[in-house]
Design a protein. Structure first.
Length: 292
């Protein structure tokens, strides 16, 4: 089951002694995140104040970890994620990019079978604004507010944050599912959690042209929509490519897929955003309309 880490949630970093792991450790601690352990086969003892363990199982026994963030190479990501799954850590975030698709499939199947939640691969993680960060999200971009962001493209999510800040709006939660073709968790469990989150009044979804996760979300939202949803999906101007086709997208126009997803979301009464330049303006316009 998906959940949002807070100041008390015990978090583990796998690959903590890598360059990225060390950098994100400093940022997480400065944000007030409850980083309780790290896993490293190269270094023993402590990294600053953080105790290091040689395996996830040992860290789990010592600290009762609830979230693990994986900083690994593409070659090692699968084994590290499987180690976290075997230890039954409830929420696992794989930040690694360029993971082979057959490894991503093995991760997803193992997580589903074990009943744990996997974000990623290529997930920037989770930011519970003002409370805790688990991943690689740049916290300095965010101000507290009532809009949650759930997306596939991290760069577009951060662009949306900038626009919301310029519009005088803040963010409650930010969740990166991962931009790869094959990822662990889908939109729906995150959206369900946001429905129960009292700090969140509206939800911004940033999807992808490939895959069917957006269609599944539109169907879910049509049946259950207690909070306003805004949706932006990039890709309508992409040209069809025989040389580098997206998975399963070789024989269709991207604009047709975007139109199909747009139709479903509008039928579900979600607010569709056509241009990335309009994200902040359109959400602000809706907020002003509600106040009248």
């Amino acid at each position: 089951m998906f959940f949002f880490p807070n100041q008390k949630t015990p978090i583990l970093f796998q690959g903590i002694t890598s360059a990225m792991g060390r950098y994100q450790t400093e940022l997480a601690l400065s944000y007030g995140t409850n980083l309780v352990a790290g896993v490293s086969q190269e270094i023993t003892g402590k990294l600053g104040s953080i105790p290091l363990y040689s395996s996830v199982a040992k860290a789990m026994r010592a600290k009762k970890v609830q979230v693990s963030v994986v900083f690994s190479t593409p070659q090692k990501a699968l084994s590290d994620v499987l180690e976290a799954i075997k230890a039954k850590i409830p929420l696992i975030i794989c930040t690694t990019e360029h993971v082979p698709m057959h490894d991503s499939l093995k991760m997803k199947l193992a997580a589903d079978q074990a009943g744990v939640t996997l974000l990623g691969p290529s997930s920037a993680g989770i930011l519970n604004v003002g409370h805790a960060v688990a991943g690689t999200i740049p916290t300095h971009l965010f101000s507290a507010g009532s809009i949650a962001i759930v997306g596939r493209s991290s760069s577009l999510m951060f662009e949306a944050v900038q626009q919301l800040s310029e519009a005088g709006l803040g963010v409650s939660q930010c969740v990166s599912l991962g931009a790869d073709h094959l990822i662990g968790a889908s939109f729906i469990p995150v959206i369900e959690c946001l429905y129960a989150d009292t700090a969140t009044k509206a939800i911004l979804v940033i999807g992808q042209v490939h895959g069917t996760l957006e269609q599944e979300l539109a169907s879910f939202y049509q049946k259950n929509h207690p909070k306003k949803m805004f949706v932006y999906i990039p890709g309508k101007t992409l040209a069809r490519s025989d040389k580098h086709p997206l998975l399963g997208m070789k024989s269709v126009l991207f604009s047709d897929v975007i139109q199909e997803k747009k139709t479903l979301f509008k039928k579900a009464n979600a607010c569709w955003i056509d241009s990335p330049d309009e994200i902040g303006k359109q959400i602000l316009k809706e907020y002003k309309r509600k106040k009248k």
